[in-house]
Design a protein around this ligand. Structure first.
Ligand code: AHG
Ligand code: MN
Ligand code: MN
Length: 343
């Protein structure tokens, strides 16, 4: 655990600290080390407030009556789980009540939702990533991305269509054996663990870095026949291991929750791919640029890794639609470069 040696906070910090239930170390870190502006911390705190409720509901599981499917689909035609809807509503309500937030956009909302007219930020989120894992008691997470509102209208989709390079903060809350906050404000990636007793997020790892090389890959192999030829060739070489041109043996993982795959990569390296495939011509990938691609790319780049759509860095894409899909190849720098050399 990282203990900060100098703890300085003033009355203003203390108020925010109490509001968000953050530990003194966390407040110290966010305010003193990262120099994160107070309004941005308030917006992040709103996400954390909702995520603590989500963590609580997930822990209750079947006892909370929140497992299983809701009787509805989202705008992308996907069946929603009850917890997708509940998590979305918790985040939406908490963020709308935060004066710093001008508007929100969510994977589970058809359209952007306006919040406060003078708010400085737009908060974009995937309320529950990996939701097929909910009913089997496996890791899921909340992914968030914060953009400047630039005085724009929080109900206007165009206000949100900014490249990932504009993100002021990005992160995820991972609901696994421990509940973790992994976050960046553009000055490296820090990891906080929620103390289950006090519900405080305590700084437990500072400036995490992704190892540049790896022998672990993650891809849904069942889609193999739908991929483009270069991706088929690359994965064929991964499978050849030390007998093929890559010259080393690889292991494979697939959790079916990008948030958990990215967390594994931040923790011990690896490459994660959800590439373009030809199953549905209207979808150039399964993952969503604004809710998943951009925030995860900011974290990965801030941790020294690479993130690409196979052609350019994901954060360099100019979004055209709020629910836009994107192919994703991200992780350890050298392995992503190898994957991209096949494209
Ligand atoms: P979500 O639960 O938010 O819809 O996202 C699930 C995503 C991603 O987290 C994961 O990597 C991928 O879908 C899994 O897809 P497959 O079921 O096709 O493996
Ligand atoms: Mn998702
Ligand atoms: Mn989701």
């Amino acid at each position: 655990m990282v203990y900060l040696t100098r703890v300085v906070y003033n009355a203003r910090h203390l108020t925010l600290f109490k509001l968000a239930g953050l530990s003194m170390q966390t407040v110290q870190h966010i305010f003193e080390q990262n120099k994160t502006p107070k309004p941005l911390v308030a917006a992040i705190n709103a996400v954390l407030d909702a995520s603590k409720e989500i963590a609580f509901l997930l822990q209750k599981g079947a006892m909370g009556g929140v497992l299983g499917c809701a009787d509805q689909e989202n705008v992308q035609g996907e069946t929603q789980k009850k917890l997708d809807v509940i998590s979305n509503d918790l985040l939406k309500d908490t963020l709308k009540a935060c004066p710093e937030v001008a508007g929100i956009a969510s994977e589970e909302e058809d359209f952007p939702v306006p919040a406060n007219k003078d708010g400085e930020f737009l908060v974009i989120f995937d309320p529950l990533d990996g939701s097929s894992n909910i009913d089997i008691n496996v890791t899921v997470g909340t992914i968030f991305s914060i953009l400047p509102s630039n005085g724009g209208d929080g109900s206007d989709e165009k206000t949100y269509l900014q490249s990932g390079r504009n993100q002021l903060a990005a992160g995820y809350v991972l609901y696994g054996p421990s509940t973790l906050l992994v976050m960046t404000t553009g000055q490296g990636v820090d990891i906080f663990t929620m103390d289950p007793t006090t519900k405080e997020f305590v700084l437990t790892d500072c400036q995490s870095k992704i190892t540049p090389s790896t022998q672990e890959f993650a891809i849904n192999m069942s889609n193999q026949r739908f991929w483009a030829k270069p991706m088929q060739n690359y994965v064929a070489d991964l499978l050849q291991g030390e007998e093929g041109k890559l010259g080393k043996r690889y292991n494979m993982r697939w959790i079916a929750a990008m948030v958990a795959e990215v967390h594994r990569i931040i923790s011990r390296g690896g490459i994660f791919m959800y590439p373009w495939d030809n199953r549905d011509p209207s979808k150039p990938g399964k993952l969503r640029l604004m809710y998943e691609g951009n925030p995860m790319s900011m974290l990965v780049e801030q941790a020294g890794g690479l993130s690409s759509n196979g052609d350019i860095a994901i954060m360099d894409i100019q979004p055209e639609k709020i629910h836009q899909r994107v192919p994703v190849i991200l992780g350890s720098k050298e392995e992503v470069e190898t994957a991209l050399s096949y494209q």
